[in-house]
Design a protein around this ligand. Structure first.
Ligand SMILES: NC(=O)c1ccc[n+]([C@@H]2O[C@H](COP(=O)([O-])OP(=O)(O)OC[C@H]3O[C@@H](n4cnc5c(N)ncnc54)[C@H](O)[C@@H]3O)[C@@H](O)[C@H]2O)c1
Length: 295
């Protein structure tokens, strides 16, 4: 059983926390229980959000000189969430409790499981473009893309200083297929799936995406596409807080599965931006070019 279903859009976490908790914890409990009854191997998609904020971010002046304070290891890094009033953590805490439920069922009832913590899979077909084939606020990739397609400013929440690592969907799928085909190595493990080499701030991501857009449209004016700042409160409303950085330790996936990501950020963004441009170029422009810093 492979469970990918989730509400995993940051624009929902503050405003619809009950739906987020239902989709990411209460509903999947039933899937886990069926797997226990039927003695099935469950491959469950969790999230790197379960790590919360880094230790470094709580130590005053953020200092990333010590990897022990920010590197994310599947089996040893503490999972640090903000206060209850910051409902932004509804997603991360539901996913974390789900992981704990799966692990508990493994220990008590012998459930075979594999938990995957994706770190920003990027590629064609992710999310939707508001006003074309969906409504609402999608994740950062489609938000920036909407702004580029609409000729609207790309909006950076709180200056776009949050850092994320981006992994190509092709690398991610290769990791998942390796897990499925090598049960003896992937069973009863938690895996980070990300790319340490593709780290950017959200501000850098906006700049790189407009470069890719200029390249795929052969129009250099897009290099100057406007990027503006917006506060987290303004964009997400009450209860917003961001994870500062997500740098995965990937040694487990390499040692057990022989997996390493190979695709660079530049090629991943060019492929993705070109896909969206080809797909949506003939649609009329809308006024919705909004974008977020969170992924
Ligand atoms: N894509 C990423 O970079 C990323 C990062 C972290 C975690 N994840 C996790 O990986 C999984 C897949 O992510 P994705 O990017 O494909 O998300 P997605 O939003 O594209 O797909 C999730 C799908 O689940 C559906 N869904 C929600 N609740 C459901 C329910 N009760 N029953 C049936 N379907 C339901 C949604 O409608 C949606 O189509 C999710 O568990 C997500 O939390 C993905």
């Amino acid at each position: 059983m492979i469970n990918l279903a989730a509400i995993c859009n940051p624009s929902e976490y503050n405003v619809n926390p009950i739906s987020v908790i239902d989709a990411n914890f209460l509903q999947p409990v039933k899937i886990v229980d069926v797997c226990v009854q039927q003695k099935k191997w469950l491959i469950h998609f969790s999230t790197s959000e379960v790590y919360g904020r880094t230790l470094a971010s709580y130590l005053g002046d953020v200092d990333y000189s010590n990897p022990e304070l920010y590197e994310l290891d599947e089996d040893s890094t503490p999972l640090i969430m903000g206060p209850i009033g910051n409902q932004r953590w509804s997603y991360a805490t539901s996913k974390q409790l789900m992981e704990r439920y799966i692990f508990g069922r493994h220990k008590e009832a012998g459930l075979p499981f594999t938990t995957i913590r994706p770190l920003n899979f990027f590629g064609p077909k992710m999310d939707f473009i508001p006003g074309r084939d969906g409504e609402g606020v999608p994740r950062v990739l489609a938000c920036f893309m909407t702004a580029l397609l609409d000729g609207q400013p790309m909006q950076l929440v709180d200056g776009g200083m949050a850092r994320r690592t981006i992994v190509s969907i092709h690398d991610a799928i290769r990791a998942i297929v390796l897990m499925i085909n090598n049960r003896e190595w992937s069973v009863n493990q938690i895996f980070n799936v990300g790319n340490r080499h593709n780290e950017v701030t959200m501000k850098e991501l906006a700049e790189l995406m407009r470069e890719a857009y200029a390249e795929c449209t052969s129009d250099a004016t897009h290099l100057k596409h406007p990027i503006v700042n917006v506060s987290g409160l303004e964009f997400y409303g009450e209860g917003y807080e961001d994870c500062d950085r997500r740098m995965p330790n990937l040694t487990k996936a390499k040692d057990l599965l022989g997996w390493e990501p190979t695709r660079s950020l530049k090629e991943t963004l060019l492929e993705t931006v070109t896909y969206y441009y080809d797909q949506y170029r003939d649609w009329p422009k809308t006024q919705r070019g909004a974008a977020v810093t969170q992924a």
